[in-house]
Design a protein around this ligand. Structure first.
Ligand code: BES
Ligand code: MN
Ligand code: MN
Length: 460
């Protein structure tokens, strides 16, 4: 590994310069205005993979944005690591809250990142983290120290629910055959305390519509005598969570795999300062489900959140009107044991029963995803832990991520292998928000750690 580590040290600046080129491309998968840019980002990833020395690099067409594939097979009898990541990004808006352009990467020092962090959309989620794998591979390959086979599958639709990757995986099982999948698209506890995510939450996502009268009405002439869909919707939403923080949907908790006392004790070992937490996001107090810690609420417990709500008049000044329609988007994060299709159906059955007979209610399901869990006795977890111990000189803790990467559960179903979530981001990187950034410390630590993962995984 020594030559590899030396190669990394000697090429640090170039690695960063190359990442900056990738970050300049606004590869927003959700917005058709950026179609060309998303395709350009795929081409650039392919170019970097080729330059790193990968074979059979291909920009594979799908029904949507392409999947970039590349591989290095050194010996068929050796294990194969499949690296997954995504080159698409979330929309940058609200633009006015960015201190520098989302696609004009700049390096600035912050309190958490005294060595500097790179500010740009996608810097942490996931271009910066995905790129660490390309560079770690380059270092191993160019120093002839690659200990096992490696395959890359970098997609461009993760931020819109990976619609095309499902068929790509189903149609390319042989090509994607592997012993373990390695992903850096999650966060770790802090730069002083490395961690490995051993779970991801699933997702059920719905849009609801409440319809009252056949037109908007004068709120004086009709007010008081007819349903106001916004008032009704607000009341219905209010009934979805009770005063103990429990979600009231019948059957919602029935199939959840509860944690053992040991597992809960492990989570309690994660350093956490509630005052710092409140201060960091500017809230006066925390809240959530009774009987669970903040870390548990944000990782091992399911949630229900309104993501957006609209209807009626929201222009300048006042308009006295009873709107005919009200809408909301609602997400539910799911935990192991819950099935998104079942939960979506439970919601669709229950939500309309909360409405008075004066309105019509519609529930429209969106994309969902299954939760995921990695046992800590899995060889991939053990290899990641040993790798992190090399570079941080500290024992990594297991934690469960609150976010979702829905395709990970499908990898297991279709390819039969587990994914190891060795992320190097921090929760303070503000992914999906203005001023997203990724620490240079984290970027380089990732590149230095990944070769050890290959080494230790190959040894088992
Ligand atoms: N990389 C994130 C998921 C993530 C972030 C997991 C931090 C754990 C910690 C991913 O790109 C993402 O944003 N996923 C979406 C789901 C998707 C269907 C849009 C999410 O979690 O909301
Ligand atoms: Mn991501
Ligand atoms: Mn994301």
């Amino acid at each position: 590994m020594n030559n590899t580590q030396q190669f990394i040290q000697e090429n640090k600046q170039r690695f960063l310069d190359e990442l900056i080129e990738l970050l300049k491309i606004p590869s927003v998968s959700a917005d058709p205005a950026y179609t060309q840019d998303v395709n350009d980002a795929a081409e650039m990833v392919a170019k970097y993979l080729r330059e790193a020395g990968a074979d059979n690099v291909e920009v594979c067409e799908t029904e949507g944005f392409p999947v970039v594939y590349g591989e290095k097979i050194i010996d068929a009898s050796k294990p194969t690591v499949l690296v997954y990541g995504h080159y698409d990004v979330q929309p940058a808006d609200p633009l006015e809250l960015w201190e520098s352009g989302p696609y004009e990467p700049v390096i600035k020092k912050t309190e958490i990142h005294p060595d500097g962090a790179i500010f740009a959309r996608g810097s942490a989620d996931d271009k910066g983290q995905m790129f660490m794998h390309v560079k770690a591979f380059e270092a191993l390959n160019k120093t002839n120290e690659l200990p096992c086979n490696v395959k890359f599958m970098i997609e461009g639709e993760e931020e819109v629910g990976s619609p095309s990757l499902v068929n790509f995986v189903k149609n390319n099982k042989e090509k994607l055959k592997n012993d373990v999948i390695l992903i850096s698209d999650t966060s770790m506890i802090s730069n002083e305390q490395p961690s490995i995510s051993v779970g991801l939450r699933g997702l059920s996502y719905v849009e609801v519509e409440v319809k009252g009268a056949n037109r908007d009405m004068h709120s004086g002439v009709y007010g008081g005598a007819v349903p106001n869909p916004i008032n009704v919707l607000a009341t219905m939403i209010g009934k979805l969570i009770d005063e103990k923080g429990h979600i009231t949907i019948p059957g919602f908790y029935d199939t959840i795999t509860e944690l053992t006392e040991d597992e809960r004790a492990d989570l309690a070992r994660i350093p956490f300062d509630v005052e710092e937490y409140k201060k960091s996001i500017g809230i006066a107090d925390i809240q959530g489900e009774e009987g669970f810690s903040t870390i548990e609420r944000a990782s091992i417990r399911p949630t229900l959140d309104v993501n957006g709500i609209w209807g009626g008049y929201i222009g300048e000044g006042a308009k006295t009107v009873i709107p005919s329609h009200a809408y909301a988007k609602i997400s539910m994060r799911l935990v192991p044991g819950q099935d998104p299709e079942v939960v979506t159906q439970q919601f669709a059955d229950y939500f309309p029963t909360l409405a008075p007979s004066s309105v019509d209610v519609k529930v429209k399901p969106h994309h969902g995803g299954k939760p995921y869990i990695l046992p800590t006795n899995h060889p991939g977890f053990i290899a990641a832990k040993k790798a992190l111990a090399e570079t941080f000189e500290k024992e990594a803790l297991a934690e469960r991520a609150g976010g979702s990467i829905p395709i990970v559960a499908l990898f297991e179903e279709e390819l039969g292998t587990k994914s190891v979530l060795m992320g190097f981001g921090l929760n303070s990187d503000v992914i999906h928000s203005p001023n997203e950034h990724y620490g240079l410390f984290n970027f380089y630590k990732g590149i230095e750690t990944i070769p050890y993962f290959y080494h230790y995984f190959n040894e088992q």
